[in-house]
Design a protein around this ligand. Structure first.
Ligand SMILES: NC(=O)c1ccc[n+]([C@@H]2O[C@H](COP(=O)([O-])OP(=O)(O)OC[C@H]3O[C@@H](n4cnc5c(N)ncnc54)[C@H](OP(=O)(O)O)[C@@H]3O)[C@@H](O)[C@H]2O)c1
Length: 156
């Protein structure tokens, strides 16, 4: 996309995107993003969409592909790992998808970007049955006027 500001926030977002080799997302995130992302989505990697509704793979401009995965929560990251090369597999969201991977113990790192706004509504990221308590090591905290960027690694 054009426009926007160059600052510490954009550096952190670029660092995060540059490290991604493949993305896993839920069908609700896909459905709400589909029109907005257009013909040349910003992912520029293979994207694996968890869904109960099969659909043929979509090949977009700029190396983004959307593969619709209907054979369960473990299959999508396995396919994503195979496609990601040396890059990270990014669990992009939404909340329901992130919760399932947290509960399955399949998340190595957690990045939270806390913005100074109270929405008063929305989806909870941390709720529902989990895999029990797990320790987190804090890797980084970056404060900017726009957000507090938190990065954690799950302890083995
Ligand atoms: N701003 C951002 O960067 C960002 C990022 C992520 C999400 N979001 C927002 O978050 C909202 C979506 O979050 P969400 O928690 O409602 O939904 P979600 O996690 O994106 O998607 C949930 C849907 O994915 C499919 N799914 C999930 N797990 C599955 C499984 N194990 N097997 C098969 N299908 C599975 C189901 O769709 P079907 O049964 O319909 O196939 C389910 O209804 C959207 O409004 C989106 O815009 C925003």
């Amino acid at each position: 996309m054009t426009g926007g500001d160059e600052n510490r926030d954009s550096e952190l977002v670029r660092e995060w995107f540059d490290a991604i080799g493949a993305v896993v997302m839920g069908r609700m995130m896909y459905d709400t993003g589909e029109e907005f992302w257009g013909d040349n989505p910003t992912f520029r990697t293979p994207v694996f969409v968890l869904t109960n509704r099969p659909r043929p793979t979509l090949v977009k401009e700029g190396a983004t592909t959307f593969t619709f995965v209907t054979d369960g929560v473990h299959s999508a990251p396995e396919q994503a790992k195979a496609a990601a090369g040396d890059g990270n597999v990014d669990i992009g969201g939404g909340a329901s998808t992130v919760r399932q991977y947290l509960a399955a113990g399949l998340v190595d790192e957690l990045q939270l970007h806390v913005v100074p706004a109270l929405l008063g509504d929305g989806l909870r990221l941390f709720e529902g049955p989990g895999a029990g308590p797990r320790g987190l090591r804090q890797l980084r905290v970056v404060e900017t006027p726009s957000a507090t960027h938190l990065k954690y690694r799950f302890e083995k």
